[in-house]
Write a protein that binds this ligand. Structure first.
Ligand code: COA
Length: 147
């Protein structure tokens, strides 16, 4: 499968919010996505099948680094290479801006995301204890990086 990969615009915000709400609680609002997408420092790409949003990612330039803010694919389209394609496209976008290093945080218990990042060459560089809230408890963030 896998449709068209393209970079994102502010007009994509509502679709991003709808897809985000399928995997995250609380989800980010369309307004939050729009304000990210309007920033010069934001890097974003997406995969669509026709008009349907299959996957997207959002990252932010910080100095020479690019910080991954979020990446996700539609639950019905997982393991079809969509997130990998989004990540690779954002890597090209970041490199063309002269950014030299990816940095991201991922919840210790998020096995699919950790597997994706390891498969794409990220390595663990640290831990942020109790970084994420999970119900009543907290979960560590693993900090990962890649040139
Ligand atoms: C993590 C996530 C983005 C992966 O998206 P995806 O489109 O299914 O990933 P891909 O199909 O591109 O997978 C690429 C590689 O990552 C690894 N991978 C991805 N999901 C995996 C899983 N569930 N188990 C094991 N490996 C996995 C594999 O190496 C895979 O390659 P392969 O299928 O050839 O073996 C997706 O599961 C998701 O949207 N999760 C909810 C949101 C989330 O947690 N996002 C990350 C934190 S912001």
């Amino acid at each position: 499968m896998i449709g068209l990969v393209r970079s994102s615009q502010a007009a994509d915000a509502a679709d991003f919010a709808r897809l985000h709400a399928l995997s995250f609680d609380p989800p980010w609002s369309a307004g939050e996505f729009q304000s990210w997408l309007e920033r010069e420092t934001t890097i974003s790409s997406q995969v669509r099948d026709g008009s349907a949003l299959i996957a997207f990612g959002l990252a932010s330039a910080a100095g020479d680094d690019v910080d991954l803010l979020t990446i996700m694919s539609h639950p019905a389209a997982r393991r079809s290479g969509a997130a990998r394609m989004v990540l690779r496209t954002m890597t090209h976008q970041a490199a063309s801006r002269g950014l030299v290093r990816w940095v991201l945080e991922v919840a210790r218990d998020n096995d699919p995301a950790r597997a994706l990042y390891v498969a794409e060459g990220f390595r663990e560089i640290g831990v942020r204890r109790g970084y994420y809230r999970r119900g009543e408890g907290r979960v560590d963030a693993i900090v990962m990086s890649r040139p």
